[in-house]
Design a protein around this ligand. Structure first.
Ligand SMILES: [Zn+2]
Length: 67
């Protein structure tokens, strides 16, 4: 089982979008329990519509190129 951290190093914020109603929120690392995995978050997250399943997009999507 992979340890899929919600906020892996380098991820500055995430966008959580509801599959059902498209309600979208931004979340920063200090807004979630430290060390929480994406899987744990998905199980806990409840959209205001009550039926949605969260789709998580992590930002930045690409690692910055070093100069
Ligand atoms: Zn929803």
């Amino acid at each position: 089982m992979t340890d899929d951290l919600l906020f892996a190093p380098g991820v500055t914020f995430i966008e959580v979008r509801c599959w059902e109603c498209s309600h979208t929120v931004m979340m920063k690392p200090n807004e979630v329990p430290e060390g929480i995995t994406a899987h744990q978050f998905e199980k806990r997250a409840v959209c205001e519509c009550g039926t949605g399943w969260p789709q998580i997009t992590k930002y930045p999507k690409k690692k910055p190129t070093s100069m």
